[in-house]
Design a protein. Structure first.
Length: 111
């Protein structure tokens, strides 16, 4: 399984948190709320398309609405592969951080 990038992980976590309400605008707002980072729609679509092609997320078109000028919203959900990749990312991150707080304390005290 290919490792998730930090950006992939952030998007997958946003989709997970948003449940059935994960679409472009809500994902951008969730990422901003959690990370303080602002995404553009262009970069979001590229990243979501990559996750979709890698089998991490599914997408479905909603019915068109007059408010959107006839355009359909695209909703995203996680796949089993996306969940497994997220769990693996968490496992790796936990392993990487083992002992680091102690090392940081020593470093801050002047080694």
């Amino acid at each position: 399984m290919k490792l998730l990038t930090r950006a992939d992980e952030i998007l997958i976590l946003a989709i997970l948190r948003l449940k059935e309400n994960a679409y472009g605008t809500t994902i951008i707002k969730e990422v901003k709320k959690r990370t303080g980072k602002e995404l553009t729609f262009g970069s979001l679509w590229v990243s979501l398309d990559s996750l979709y092609k890698r089998g991490m997320i599914n997408k479905r078109l909603a019915d068109d609405t007059p408010l959107r000028g006839g355009r359909k919203k695209i909703y995203y959900t996680l796949t089993i592969s996306g969940v497994k990749a997220l769990q693996e990312a968490r496992k790796i991150q936990t392993s990487l951080w083992q002992g680091v707080p102690r090392l940081l304390k020593k470093f801050q005290k002047g080694r």
